[in-house]
Design a protein around this ligand. Sequence first.
Ligand code: AMP
Length: 278
Amino acid sequence: MKIFTTKNELRQYLQEVNKAGQTIGFVPTMGALHLGHLSLLAQARQQTDVTVCSIFVNPTQFNDPKDLEKYPRPIAADIEKLQQAGCHVLFNPPVSEMYAGDEHWHLDIGELEHLLEGKFRPGHYQGVMQVVYKLFDMVKPDKAFFGQKDYQQVMVISRMVALMNLPVEIVMCPIEREADGLAMSSRNIHLTTDDRQHALILSKALYATQSGFNINRISDIQHEAAAMINAEPGTVLEYFEIADGDTLHAANQNSAKIVALVAAKVGATRLIDNVIIR
Ligand code: AMP
């Protein structure tokens, strides 16, 4: 695996890949890699010739400085995992390589930015778009692979790609879970043994919503799921929404896609999860 820390080295290498007529598959991450990340990489390997993974803990998408500070950064273990997984290129830049200093970014994507996650993490999606735009510009991928785990993020990136007419196909990959249902996340390592048990209520509530789904009882089902989570010790619910999968507004009879999405603090750790219902 080639490892680059500067955009010039990365660009030079990928120019040769382009010249050789090979397609590029890109998996952007913040590291602390788990099987969820590796499933995106496996998709990239299947669908494109050369896979590029980036590991960059992007400061502009953190609205909580403590969260940024304590974000796990096990780079040696990550390199090992990527090598084992057959990744071709790792891009692991320092912050100075990505940001020139005093930079401003804003792209108007309408209310999508302010719903659900956007409401609880103001500015988060502007930071996400800022870094993904830069990374797309450096990598120039044919396809980029994102997890359904961050459903709203996939919508935000897709909106940016459409608005800016970027020549990349966005591929959404399913959520990888632990055997007991917990969605894999780099933040799970912060969970204490008790938290880890309490955290299961999120996937349980999502699965209960999925299996008991009835289009005529959306708000009741939503309240029941919220009540389940609120009853769990050590867990503070931020939102549980049965949403239209295209708008993220409350789902209704006419919604072609329906997704249930949840965010909660379990102990000191903020977790998100979702299931696609329709
Ligand atoms: P992160 O490192 O958390 O920024 O995530 C990098 C990419 O991995 C994003 O596209 C995430 O949606 C995706 N991802 C994170 N967790 C999972 C998971 N459990 N299953 C599938 N993809 C995931």
